[in-house]
Design a protein. Sequence first.
Length: 116
Amino acid sequence: VQLVESGGGLVQPGGSLRLSCTASGIIFPFYTMNWYRQAPGKERELVATVTSGAGTNYADSVKGRFTISGDNAKNSVYLQMNSLKPDDTAVYFCHAHRSVGGLDYWGQGTQVTVSS
């Protein structure tokens, strides 16, 4: 199983980035797909969740600014991030979870830096 993220980088405050995560080795619709982030010195936090047929959820800190979406045909999940703030600076991780069997898989992370 492999989760590969891309799309991170340096952006100015107020800018946008789109993160992508492509999964291999899993039956994508069977999994809840999450984006987490971890800033220096802080705990990893859940940012957004998408489950096939069950909708999406967001952390309060990103509601109205971030949008998570999935493409079952491409085994991919995306995180569109708008109106970025310096507080959004973190390493962003893609995570796949299946409650049946207690399966969890993580990507390697992609750095997002919001700075002028």
